[in-house]
Design a protein around this ligand. Structure first.
Ligand SMILES: Nc1ncnc2c1ncn2[C@@H]1O[C@H](COP(=O)(O)OP(=O)(O)OP(=O)(O)O)[C@@H](O)[C@H]1O
Ligand SMILES: [Mg+2]
Length: 474
């Protein structure tokens, strides 16, 4: 049996005291009295907001989930307090879900109105107030979104500036090496012509090609010498070249040493080709070593470029589905590569990866943003030197990613505020204070995970928890 309130009874509730008889009659008809037992949930945060509740008697507690913890924000027995679908008047332009949880602490009674009815009534009765409220509401929203977007763009901008710089070095090196290579190859063609002028017989040419092959192998596996050892080796070779009347001995000596050629080997060449052809043969070998080293340099540069491009692709996830199964280590790797230019020389990076972790379903690009924000904070906390540790692991059915730094730590008095939007201790113009707010929303709201922090001077760890199986996702 439903219990209703009379218009006169409704008028005793402060929310309705200014309504006229017709308005009260309508509410009396639409709403009904509901009873709740002590300890039960009246409505729960996040569920569709279908009803508007006014407390008639009893004690209630309102709570909100804050960083994974249920925090009581209000406890009252004041008759007439209200909760539930308080934003129904805005309609479908916002997600109509309960913004907090209400519990009956003692046995309680409520006057309950369907959200649609209260929305319609409020819009019809207070049109001007609605416009003002909407302006306020959407204005705030828009500001937050714009600032959030801007933050993301700035982060991407500074990363791509770093990336451009990173790409520039190997690209310039490859271009330089290629043009030198072109010179060397042309020099080699000329020497080949001289050698093949008929002055070398077939077997000598054969030996020379054999020596060239060996030179290539030596160049590829040449051990790195100390500066001292290098200059000693160059001295010895330059002397040998002088003794054999080969001009320009210094340049040539440097090349030959880089290719791990020694005096004994030069003697062998002299034996193979004879005195007349010695200079041409040695120069030809020099060119061979040079080209080999240059090609190695080009290969390294180009490999580095394609590594960076792959990391940028992995980081931005531009050509991928937003929600997919990923290996977090790939994401962490791409993020670290993208941030390389920002990481000071004095910061040591330690990776402790648990490679047995399964892949997880995730919004990859957004997780990359989380790592970026956490690493950026860690670097900021350490100044120019310290240790950044990136660790992965597992706790029950959740995967964990930890970013730890050896910076000054988070003072206990600001600890409760760091996840607030716009909270920053950085100088004006440096931090927007959105890094952790955005990270929190990505991890908690989008992935149903959690972020925890532990901090003391010299050691701060942000630990991100991500569900390994997230069945309720698309
Ligand atoms: N690893 C850390 N060590 C010490 N303090 C930290 C650390 N991470 C965050 N904080 C503190 O939390 C505050 C908020 O961090 P958040 O990332 O949200 O904003 P921000 O870094 O100040 O600015 P933004 O990220 O927008 O550049 C920081 O200003 C800093 O005081
Ligand atoms: Mg930050």
């Amino acid at each position: 049996m439903t219990t209703r309130l009379t218009p006169d009874e409704l008028r005793t509730l402060f929310l309705f005291e200014a309504l006229d008889d017709d308005q009260l009659a309508l509410l009396a008809e639409k709403g009904e009295v509901e009873h709740r037992d002590a300890g039960t949930v009246v409505y729960a945060e996040g569920e569709p907001a279908t009803c508007f509740f006014v407390l008639l008697n009893g004690t209630v507690a309102m709570s909100r989930r804050v960083h994974g913890d249920e925090v009581e924000v209000n406890r009252t027995e004041q008759r007439g307090v209200y909760g539930g679908a308080t934003q129904a008047y805005i309609g479908e332009r916002v997600a109509q879900t309960y913004l907090n949880t209400l519990r009956a602490i003692t046995e309680s009674e409520f006057f309950v109105l369907p959200a649609d009815d209260i929305a319609e009534a409020v819009r019809a009765w207070f049109p001007m107030a609605i416009h003002l409220l909407e302006g306020l509401f959407f204005g705030m929203r828009a500001t937050q979104t714009i600032v959030g977007e801007r933050e993301r763009l700035l982060a991407l901008g500074s990363l791509s500036a770093g990336l451009t710089h990173e790409l520039n070095n190997p690209a310039a090196a490859a271009v330089r090496a290629t043009s030198t290579l072109r010179e060397r190859v042309s020099g080699m063609r000329q020497k080949l012509a001289m050698i093949a002028d008929g002055r070398l017989d077939g077997s000598q040419l054969h030996d020379l090609v054999g020596l060239q092959d060996e030179a290539v192998k030596r160049a590829a596996t040449a051990p790195a010498l100390s500066a001292m050892a290098t200059s000693d080796a160059e001295d010895a070779i330059a002397d040998w070249l002088d003794d054999h009347d080969i001009a320009g001995s210094w340049d040539l000596a440097a090349t030959l040493v880089a290719g791990a050629v020694d005096v004994e080997w030069l003697d062998e060449i002299a034996g193979a080709v004879g005195v007349d052809n010695l200079e041409a043969a040695v120069r030809w070998l020099g060119y061979t070593i040079d080209t080999e080293l240059l090609m190695g340099e080009i290969e390294d540069s180009v490999t580095r470029i394609s590594g960076l491009v792959a990391a940028a692709k992995q980081y931005s996830q531009l050509d991928r589905a937003p929600y997919q199964t990923v290996d977090v280590h790939d994401l962490l790797g791409a993020t670290l590569t993208m941030m390389q230019a920002k990481i000071p020389k004095g910061v040591r990076i330690v990776k402790e990866y648990d490679r047995t972790l399964p892949q997880i379903p995730a919004y990859a690009a957004e997780l990359n943003q989380v790592w970026t924000n956490l690493i950026d904070n860690a670097l900021g906390a350490m100044g120019g030197s310290g240790t950044l540790t990136v660790r992965t692991g597992r706790e029950d059915d959740r995967l964990t990613v930890e970013i730890s730094d050896t910076g000054g730590g988070i003072p206990p008095e600001i600890r409760p505020r760091i996840f607030e939007p716009f909270f920053t201790t950085k100088p004006v113009g440096e931090g927007t204070g959105l890094g952790l707010d955005i990270s929190y929303r990505i991890v908690v709201n989008k992935h149903h995970g959690d972020i925890r922090v532990e901090s003391e001077p010299g050691s701060t760890t942000f630990r991100v928890y991500l569900p390994i199986d997230d069945q309720d996702r698309p």
